[in-house]
Design a protein around this ligand. Structure first.
Ligand code: ADP
Ligand code: ZN
Length: 642
């Protein structure tokens, strides 16, 4: 398999990417006097500036505060972090968070410090002195939260340190990494079971966004969480609009999509190969977008730099292989585009899930074609792995293709796969918004399959279509295929329509690509009743692409939340963003660490004129009110005059 198909966990993150010179804790409040235990809701309002817990959050927090274990399954953007951050601020001692991506810990910690939380991290990117300072703060009880990479945690030295400190809880983030079936398996996660043995009295909470029933059981077993309460919230991400279109001219389709709907927005474009990543990033850059490549073939420095710009600047598009994205919790990614098909619905759901964590409208957009299907099937067959492994992978790919070809609501299919159920079609996916037409393909399919058979199952789709359409073609004459019975029997369909037929036949498993990898199509067992005309088959009619069909949305919406924008002045919005960017740059943190888009949006809704009123805005807690309140009050007043 191509190296880019393996997830890459930044194994060689640069050692010097620790941007905060103040590894010391001079900015943080000193030890809090012992107080009566605070109420969760009070902490939520005071520290985080949120009005109420979301469903499940409150229950989970109570469970952990009581000292019990929990296993939490919530979609991306569901609000998992609060489930351990709030208890860590309530229970005595330091909450230890195990998180797989050291490259991102610094932003998580920076965001917490902005809230006045005493947070730090321990990982291999720090020098000795920084590590020492953190260890000291831990042992003297000066930390509310400590983020730690799994490989660091299981070192005897770290464990000893933890034994000598007061620990309020362990939070195991991205807990699906412990599953060997999952796509993000990490062997060091397996060793986390040691926490149960060594710290029997410390509550543990495992969290993940992707886990089917089997993976969930595996997580519970491997992390010794069989006695833990399970909290499973629905998988739905209602603010994400799912769209999948047949590939005609991928580059043009992508450009049209971004221009029409996401000009100036931050997004991720996924491609399978490094070359395609490079080419696509160049193309977007030529067209005036800020687009940066990201793949395992780049140097660690360049990857870190591009990721950094993606996090810190507004409106950056990252073009990446799947090596990018895990643990990226940038809240305002407005679109995720796939130019290649993911290998499973798990991967699709996880990758698209990086859009719209802040709950604002976002798009998951994909184009795919016959060649993608063939390529993935071939890669799968050629991959190492035993029969059982391949069988599971095949099922996963089939489910992915099923989503692509479905004529009903895509969200229903997606959620069903994860064991979730949606009563009614969602109304926010392409098949709901413009239901695809279907047609009776029984006869066409019979012709296509028998053409494959008559030509000896040795040819690819272009050749087969030439035969069906009776093309006058030297290669056909030489092989004598201008005399087979299927020659010229398919003139009623265009070449593109035949392509669509073949794509659907491969997707549905009636045809397969030859194992040698030359793209020849072969019949499978399943196609017998179709060949004989005994089984009718409805096919999807690919939508005709109209030239730049105005989607009814305004052209330069860019950057701005497109929900209820009606009553908000774009100039005012830009003004608040500029204020945020200036503050972020001063401190070398990403803008969303200062305030999320949702918070700026709420400010413009409420237009507060006093600090007290500003404190009522969602996402403005006590620490941020003190630090940024005056600057934003001024900016809001200026914005009101624009
Ligand atoms: P996850 O880790 O599950 O992907 P996060 O913890 O990053 O999700 O939360 C997603 C977003 O939702 C963040 O912007 C967070 O601040 C916000 N959020 C979480 N809980 C609440 C709440 N109770 N009220 C308002 N916003 C919340
Ligand atoms: Zn739908």
């Amino acid at each position: 398999m191509h190296p880019d198909d393996y997830p890459d966990y930044y194994p060689d993150a640069p050692l010097d990417d620790y941007p905060y010179p103040d590894a010391g804790f001079e900015n943080l409040a000193t030890e809090r006097p012992t107080q009566p235990q605070r109420e969760p809701l009070e902490v939520l309002r005071d520290v985080f500036g949120y009005e109420a817990f979301r469903p499940l959050q409150g229950d989970i927090v109570d469970t952990v505060v009581r000292g019990e274990d929990a296993l939490v399954l919530m979609p991306t953007g569901g609000g998992k972090s609060l489930c351990y951050q709030v208890p860590a601020l309530i229970r005595p001692g330091t909450g230890v968070v195990i998180s797989p991506l050291i490259a991102l810990m610094q932003d998580q910690v920076a965001a917490l410090r902005q809230l006045g939380v005493r947070a730090a991290f321990l990982n291999s990117t720090m020098d000795f002195q920084q590590a020492r300072a953190t260890e000291y703060a831990l042992s003297t009880g000066e930390l509310d939260l400590l983020y730690c990479a799994p490989e660091r945690l299981i070192q005897p030295r770290t464990l000893e340190l933890l034994h000598n400190a007061s620990i309020s809880l362990f939070a195991i983030d991205e807990a699906h990494c412990v599953s060997q079936w999952g796509h993000d398996f990490r062997s060091d996660y397996l060793q986390l079971s040691i926490l149960a043995e060594s710290f029997p009295n410390v509550p543990r909470i495992a969290l993940t966004a992707t886990a089917d029933e089997r993976t969930r059981r595996e997580i519970a077993e491997r992390l010794s969480l069989t006695g833990a309460r399970h909290f499973v919230s629905g998988f739905d991400r209602p603010n994400i609009q799912y769209r999948i279109a047949p590939k005609t001219n991928a580059n043009k389709q992508l450009l049209d999509f971004i221009k029409a709907e996401h000009e100036g927005d931050c997004g991720i474009v996924y491609c399978l190969s490094r070359n395609k990543v490079e080419a696509t990033a160049r193309l977007l850059a030529q067209k005036g977008f800020t687009a940066l490549p990201y793949h395992a073939g780049l140097s660690a420095e360049e990857r870190a730099r591009n990721q950094e710009r993606f996090l810190r600047e507004d409106g950056v598009i990252i073009v990446a292989t799947i090596a990018f994205g895990m643990g990226i919790d940038k809240p305002d990614v407005r679109f995720v585009a796939h130019l290649d098909l993911p290998k499973s619905l798990e991967a699709y759901y996880q990758e698209t899930g990086r859009a719209g964590r802040d709950g604002r409208p976002s798009t998951a957009w994909m184009v795919y074609g016959l060649q993608d299907v063939i390529k993935l099937r071939q890669m799968l067959e050629a991959s190492q792995g035993n029969d059982q492994f391949k069988r599971v992978e095949r099922q996963k790919l089939d489910a992915m293709l099923g989503l692509c070809e479905v004529t009903g609501c895509r969200r229903q299919v997606l959620l069903e796969y994860f064991g979730d159920h949606l009563e009614k079609p969602c109304g926010n996916c392409d098949t709901c918004l413009s239901p695809p037409e279907t047609w009776d393909g029984t006869v066409a399919v019979q012709k296509a399959l028998s053409c494959v058979f008559r030509t000896g199952q040795r040819f690819g789709v272009t050749y087969l279509i030439d035969v069906l359409r009776g093309s006058d073609n030297e290669r056909l004459r030489q092989s004598g295929h201008d005399r087979v019975s299927t020659f010229g029997i398919g003139t009623e369909l265009s070449a593109n329509e035949w392509k669509s037929v073949f794509r659907q036949l491969v997707a549905m498993g009636y045809l397969k690509a030859d194992p040698e990898g030359y793209g020849a199509l072969q019949l499978t067992e399943r196609c017998r009743p179709l060949l004989k005309g005994e089984q009718p088959l409805q096919l999807r009619k690919d939508p005709v692409v109209r030239k730049s069909a105005g989607s009814g949305r305004s052209q330069r919406q860019g950057n701005r939340p497109d929900m209820d924008m009606g009553n908000i002045n774009p100039a005012a919005w830009d003004h608040l963003r500029a204020c945020r960017k200036a503050l972020a740059d001063q401190q070398g943190v990403p803008p969303y660490v200062i305030f999320h888009d949702t918070t700026l949006y709420d400010m413009l809704q409420k237009m507060p004129e006093s600090l007290e009123a500003l404190g009522e805005v969602s996402g403005v807690g006590a620490a941020k009110l003190e630090k940024y309140g005056p600057a934003f009050l001024t900016a809001i007043a200026e914005a009101a005059a624009l």
